[in-house]
Design a protein around this ligand. Structure first.
Ligand code: FBP
Length: 552
């Protein structure tokens, strides 16, 4: 693999570990836990892995106790997130510190490699090429849902063949839900296999007190913020376009909010607020037109609008439609096969209740079709395929035309559309993500050595220096609740959405009107790997604000 000059130097970077993981560890057992909701149902579904205690690692004077060398398997699951390669490096280094004979196997292309027995041994020489790089290409990733006993049994066969005693699943909320189900299954049948999860997702929606952020969020937001800043300079130079910028994040608006704090655009929509205020599509369009007409009065026919990817699902009327569409598509999928676009729309329309049918019909055809695409393997609408940014700008343009006719608006409106998502998912991790992911991986090796299963690797205190980070594990079941998926109630990890009483949102809300009616863009510039810590190691604004830190 030919490396760029930066990659060559960057590959030498040695991620920093928390003090507790720098030498032998001992385990401190904390309080027993409960799931975030639906305790009785979750307890019944996870009799062996429910209610386990939180654990924390501390430095030990005693050498680590490792009876026999052991083997570990890993799966990279779901969307790519910067730092995945360092999780693998961290696990590898942790295993080798415990015993030089320990081995690490990677299942190829996500959970399907596990089920279909496609794997490779990850050796020191192979891993070296991937240290501190972005991407999941070290073994590939995939979205196959691990959920049936047949899949678990097929996986167990290869685990036994390779003498693997623990499986690490590096994934988001859905993949970690699968990790919990698998841990419970193996525990129940006495398979002698531990399962450990690692919190990954650029979306930033897998978090709580013990998982302060999911890995990849920091890097992805910094990449998007750099490009949004560049667009804002362009916008402010030419002064002739409104840029509608959709940002990944599936349901939650954490990425949009973080980028807004970093770049100070004229508008940033927050899906969670839209839901809380029960806003309609029409209300959103009215707000955008208000900002555009007010700016036009000041002579400014340009601006930037950040749109979270999941917005459409949070508009209550759209949410009701999508929820019914999910059920209709799940129940009648076979009838849709082979239909052309118009017939598919007609068929779906015929199954909808009158209110939803009317709304469905009123949408531009391309948006109705995008809403009717197959769900992903976890039953989620593939929001990255819905062009919300163009839906909004089309509706705004139409409304502004009407306002022009009635004399309420006399400006010019030209829109540009952007969607930033895939651009940031495989960037080389920031120092923060490089250190965090390496620590998460190393820590996972320690959780395995402690004999734990059904746990998620937890490294916290992240706004402090990395040596002061706190390492340990939390039972995955404590993150779970019951939700409807594919038409059935299922135990799943509850998504952490933007908290409207939280500091990041309140900070943005306090600036919103000023940002809308002025031009106060910030230009964060590219990620820096070398230089002063305040530039290179600074965590996300979201994390800083959530920890009562100053962001100026
Ligand atoms: P994960 O939850 O698996 O980390 O993926 C997040 C994400 O990047 C979302 O932001 C986006 O909606 C989705 O993946 C896109 O999925 P795909 O890579 O399958 O197109």
């Amino acid at each position: 693999m030919k490396k760029s000059a930066l990659q060559r130097v960057r590959s030498e970077y040695q991620p920093k570990l928390p003090k507790a993981l720098q030498g032998p560890v001992k385990v401190r057992i904390g309080e027993a836990t409960e799931s975030v909701a639906d305790q009785e149902e979750i307890k019944k579904l996870f009799p062996h892995t429910y209610g386990l205690p939180i654990v924390q690692f501390e430095s030990s004077e005693e050498p680590e106790h490792v009876e026999e060398p052991f083997n570990v398997g890993i799966i990279l699951s779901g969307g790519q997130a910067p730092g995945g390669h360092n999780v693998v490096s961290g696990i590898f280094d942790g295993l080798k510190r415990l015993n030089k004979e320990n081995r690490l196997y990677g299942f190829l292309m996500g959970p399907s490699g596990f089920i279909n027995h496609q794997y490779m041994e990850l050796t020191a020489g192979y891993i070296k090429e991937y240290r501190n790089t972005g991407g999941f290409d070290i073994i590939g990733s995939g979205r196959t849902k691990l959920e049936t006993p047949e899949q678990f049994e097929r996986g167990l066969k290869i685990l036994k063949e390779l003498n693997i005693k623990a499986l690490v699943i590096i994934g988001g909320d859905d993949s970690n839900t699968n990790a919990a189900v698998l841990a419970e299954y193996y525990q129940n049948i006495g398979a002698g296999v531990q399962v450990i999860g690692v919190p990954k997702t650029i979306d930033g929606d897998l978090k709580n007190k013990w998982i302060e952020t999911s890995f990849g969020f920091d890097t992805a937001c910094k990449v998007y913020s750099e490009v949004i800043g560049n667009i804002q300079r362009d916008c402010n130079s030419a002064k002739k376009y409104y840029h509608f910028i959709k940002l990944m994040g599936r349901s939650a608006s954490h990425i949009a909010l973080e980028c807004a704090l970093e770049t100070q655009p004229n508008v940033c929509l927050i899906s969670e607020e839209v839901l809380a205020k029960r806003m309609t599509l029409d209300n959103i369009v009215s707000y955008l037109c208000y900002v555009i007409t007010e700016r036009a009065k000041l002579g400014w026919n340009f601006g930037t609008v950040l749109v979270p990817e999941g917005l459409i699902e949070f508009i209550p009327s759209m949410k009701a439609l999508i929820s019914e569409l999910n059920d209709v598509l799940a129940e009648h999928s076979s009838e849709m096969e082979g239909l052309d676009e118009m017939d598919k729309l007609r068929k779906i329309h015929s199954y909808l209740t009158p209110v939803n049918a009317d709304l469905y019909k009123s949408l531009p055809k391309h948006i109705a079709l995008q809403l009717s695409l197959d769900r992903d393997s976890h039953g989620n609408v593939q929001v990255s395929l819905i062009e919300t940014e163009s839906l909004l700008s089309e509706m705004v343009a139409k409304r502004l035309d009407e306002m022009k006719e009635s004399g309420e608006y006399s400006g010019k409106f030209n829109a540009q559309h952007h969607f930033f998502g895939y651009e940031g998912r495989c960037a080389d991790p920031t120092n923060f993500d490089a250190d965090y992911t390496y620590a998460l991986g190393f820590n996972a090796a320690m959780l395995i050595n402690a004999g734990l299963t059904g746990y998620m690797s937890s490294v916290r205190n992240l706004t402090e220096k990395s040596e002061d980070w706190i390492a340990g594990g939390i039972p995955i079941t404590m993150l779970m609740n019951m939700e409807k998926r594919h038409g059935h109630m299922k135990p799943v990890i509850q998504k952490a959405l933007v908290n409207l009483n939280g500091k990041p949102y309140l900070k943005f809300a306090s600036m919103r009107e000023t940002l809308a009616l002025n031009t106060l863009y910030q230009y964060p510039g590219p990620i820096q790997y070398f230089g002063p810590a305040e530039i290179c190691d600074r965590p996300s604004m979201t994390l800083l604000l959530e920890h009562d830190k100053d962001i100026n």
